[in-house]
Design a protein around this ligand. Structure first.
Ligand code: FMN
Length: 397
């Protein structure tokens, strides 16, 4: 659902990054931008006007026939001060409202996210730290600055985080916490089944789908544990992450975490087969040209939980290349799952490696639902809507 977001840009070098933030936010939400006078020294207001498709206000006294600070204060679901200068943080902490940014924030009951960005010494100064603490104590959300090479040439803390991290935090702050009180276990990615120290059997699952589900479940208030195979994802989240390598590791981790979980979403693609014998030495190609690698079946993780799932919800995934719904139905029954997310891996742009997926949901007691191709992040929320329903039904029974 579209939200009303007010991005407040203040006078810091990182103001240019706010343009990217506004551009990304505007694709999903209604965005308005407020700027301080000094912010205009770093980026022009025209950029933000075009990106947000809304008038940008800097002065308290506008040409409008109503007080715009009150109008915007009431309109907002959230204020995001990014970058937040030391000066603006100080003003916010002391209720000084001598510009459009500080005035609208003071006049609003909306949520507030402050993203400090400045030189390390300025950030670590007792005055700034006390002001940040004051804001935290009053319930404003503060996003920690990143460390790295700063524009002034110093290396240290104070960089404005990337727009993606700010958007993650906005999503978290705005999400309905309908999964609060639930422990949700999510698996993601592929596993690696070693043949010898250098070779292995694996598959193309990237872990993106499961990662999006874990992230969204966390945003929706759940106590999340993500069990994930080797991956290239840039995971910096605050939920519990268990890294595994082989399908045996994943089997053990899931069985351990499942004990006190309310739900499992098995989005991982653990290998179905593993080498029957691991060779601790690299197998020499000269040894035996006809050397067959003997494989054996791995433990089926969902099936292994069939008798332990009393009162829990289990959602599985099925990557199918033919008869998608019929095969998913068979899988639902044989694995004792409550719902299967079936995807047709033969479709271009869907499934492994892609950021999008085209899936059908197969349930126990109702007809399957098919969806159009959509972003994995959007699909994650729809899967979690279904999980929330299944968890509610579980409570009723
Ligand atoms: C080149 C330059 C870069 C600056 N960068 C920052 C910065 O990154 N963070 C910060 O807090 N202040 C920075 N300042 C100082 C602020 O611009 C100054 O405190 C200003 O009064 C902030 O006003 P505002 O909070 O109303 O935007 C910088 C100043 C200059 C001249």
């Amino acid at each position: 659902m579209k939200k009303n977001i007010v991005v407040c840009v203040t006078g810091g070098i990182a103001a240019y990054k706010a343009a990217d933030l506004v551009s990304k936010l505007s694709k999903k939400h209604n965005v308005r931008v407020l700027m301080t006078r000094d912010a205009l020294q770093f980026v022009g207001s025209e950029t933000f006007k075009i990106l947000s498709k809304n008038e940008v206000y800097t002065d308290v006294f506008t040409d409008e026939d109503k007080p715009m600070h009150i109008e915007i204060a009431k309109w907002a679901d959230i204020f995001v001060v990014a970058p937040a200068s030391a000066n603006t943080i100080a003003k916010l902490a002391h209720g000084i409202c001598d510009n459009m940014v500080t005035l609208a924030i003071l006049a609003s009951k909306a949520k507030k996210l402050v993203v400090p960005a400045m030189n390390t010494v300025m950030l670590e100064n007792d005055a700034t730290q006390e002001n940040i603490k004051t804001l935290k104590d009053r319930g404003l959300d503060i996003l920690e600055s990143d460390c790295g090479l700063l524009a002034c040439g110093d290396i240290g803390k104070g960089k404005m985080p990337d727009p993606e991290r700010i958007i993650d935090r906005i999503d978290y702050l705005l999400a309905n916490k309908d999964l609060k009180k639930y422990k949700i276990l999510v698996t993601a990615g592929h596993t690696v089944e070693a043949i010898d120290p250098v070779r292995y059997i694996s598959n193309r699952s990237t872990g993106k789908m499961g990662y999006h589900i874990a992230k969204k479940a966390y945003n929706r208030g759940a106590d999340v544990t993500l069990i994930i195979g080797p991956n290239d994802l840039d995971i910096k989240d605050s939920f519990n992450i268990v890294n595994v390598v082989s399908s045996k590791d994943m089997y053990e981790a899931v069985n351990k975490e499942f004990v006190d979980a309310d739900a499992l979403i098995m989005a991982a693609a653990p290998a179905d087969f593993t080498p029957a014998n691991y060779s601790p030495e690299k197998i020499k190609k000269e040894v035996d040209e006809s050397n067959d690698i003997k494989i054996k079946k791995t433990e089926d993780i969902i099936k292994s939980l069939k008798d332990k799932k009393e009162g829990k919800v289990v959602i599985g995934f099925a990557a199918e290349s033919e008869n998608v719904i019929e095969n998913a139905k068979k899988k639902l029954v044989s694995k004792g799952a409550d719902m299967i997310v079936a995807n047709d891996i033969t479709l271009k742009g869907s499934g492994f490696k892609s950021d999008e997926n085209k899936v059908s949901f197969v349930y126990k007691n109702k007809n399957a639902t098919s969806f159009d191709l959509m972003k994995k992040s959007e699909l994650a929320d729809i899967i979690l809507d279904n999980l929330a329903e299944l968890l509610k039904d579980r409570k009723k029974n």
